[in-house]
Design a protein around this ligand. Structure first.
Ligand SMILES: Nc1ncnc2c1ncn2[C@@H]1O[C@H](COP(=O)(O)OP(=O)(O)O)[C@@H](O)[C@H]1O
Length: 348
């Protein structure tokens, strides 16, 4: 584990200039169902009420003094139970109708629950594919965000980057690029993912981490292909050259300090080593772990895992607005998501 740097978190106020702001929300997991519980029965899940929490988040974002540039939806937008009840499409429509009241771009990340409900082909054609908001800059050969020429849509990964203002870039990663969820069994990626998962997890139930040396190797997590990591590396090299600050976004956390070990991406170490081989990354934003988490690593990267809406009681809330300054990110959280400030390491 990294040592925590001494300069840590910044102040909520300061003299630096506000560049822009954006909204963040994670794990809405809407379903038109009575409340339930997580796997351990320890946390209540408010499936129906999550739509009301989204509605109030949208209302509050619309009331903000400074106009938001966009919202990041960090994945698990509807719950997997919708698939069993054959309500996946209607649930998605309800959630998207709430988002439409924002009239600003929404960037969607895909989590395990997207893949319980829909195939990757379906997602690629759906409103949950926000890749059309991608920046059209030329990065070089491996940087098209696609796998090898001729690969089917089923084999592609869903990742892109955009720059809302000069000198800041956001990169959305596909944390289920390697996964047995949502991929057709006939694809090479499914076969490779199943092989890797079974090598690391000998349990009959592949969702069970019992006895694992690397507990993240469960079916409800996923990982990054080498092709995606190469693309990621190339975008970060571009950002280094252009002296940009980069926020990386993915459904699954990639640092053990910001997550329980059972909720990390399979090959989180590979993603971290790409991040740490560049200067530009200031923050990694994730969802997935509904309790949330935070860690500042020794390279000055703030790993922020957001609390999940589905486990947020009706009288509370857990969305946020992040204000981006020259020298820090300031989170204005609501209720369960607390205000905080994340300074950029001086040499970033
Ligand atoms: N420790 C565990 N052992 C076995 N299965 C588990 C365990 N934890 C979760 N699961 C199963 O994995 C799936 C995903 O878990 P869940 O907690 O619902 O994830 P999420 O937080 O993404 O909703 C569920 O089907 C759940 O029953």
């Amino acid at each position: 584990m990294d040592e925590t740097p001494t300069w840590r978190r910044g102040s909520l106020t300061g003299n630096s200039e506000l560049c822009f702001s954006f909204g963040v929300i994670a794990d809405i997991q809407y379903a038109d169902l009575e409340d339930g519980y997580n796997f351990w029965g320890s946390r209540r899940r408010y499936y129906r009420h999550s739509l009301h929490l989204l509605q109030s988040a949208v209302d509050e974002w619309n009331k903000e003094d400074s106009q938001l540039e966009f919202v990041l939806q960090l994945g698990d937008i509807i719950d997997g139970f919708n698939a069993q009840h054959k309500t996946s499409e209607s649930a998605l429509r309800r959630v998207m109708n709430k988002f439409k009241k924002l009239r600003i771009p929404i960037h969607h990340t895909w989590g395990n629950h997207e893949l319980y409900n829909f195939t990757r082909d379906y997602l690629t054609q759906s409103e949950l594919n926000s890749k059309s908001l991608e920046d059209q800059i030329f990065l070089g050969s491996a940087a098209s965000g696609q796998d090898s020429p001729g690969a089917t849509a089923e084999e592609h990964y869903y990742a892109y980057h955009f720059s809302p203002v000069p000198k800041f870039r956001f990169i959305l990663l596909d944390a289920y690029d390697l996964s047995i969820l949502g991929r057709d069994k006939s694809t090479q990626k499914y076969q490779d993912s199943l092989k890797l998962l079974k090598e690391k997890n000998p349990n009959e139930n592949l969702n069970s981490p019992t006895g694992l040396a690397e507990p993240q190797f469960v079916e409800f997590n996923g990982g990054f292909s080498q092709t995606q990591l190469d693309w990621f590396n190339e975008v970060l090299a571009f950002s280094d050259t252009n002296q940009e600050k980069v926020v990386v976004v993915g459904h699954i956390p990639v640092h053990p300090g910001s997550s329980e070990s059972v909720c990390l991406a399979w090959n989180y170490k590979d993603a971290l080593s790409v991040i740490h081989s560049h200067q530009c990354v200031v923050c990694f934003l994730a969802g997935h772990l509904h309790d949330g988490g935070y860690y500042l690593d020794s390279h000055g990267v703030h790993h922020l895992t957001l609390e999940g809406i589905v486990e947020t009681p009706p009288e509370s809330h857990a969305f946020g607005t992040i204000y981006v300054y020259d020298d820090k990110l300031v989170l204005k959280g609501r209720e369960n998501l607390h205000d905080d400030a994340y300074s950029f390491k001086p040499d970033k």
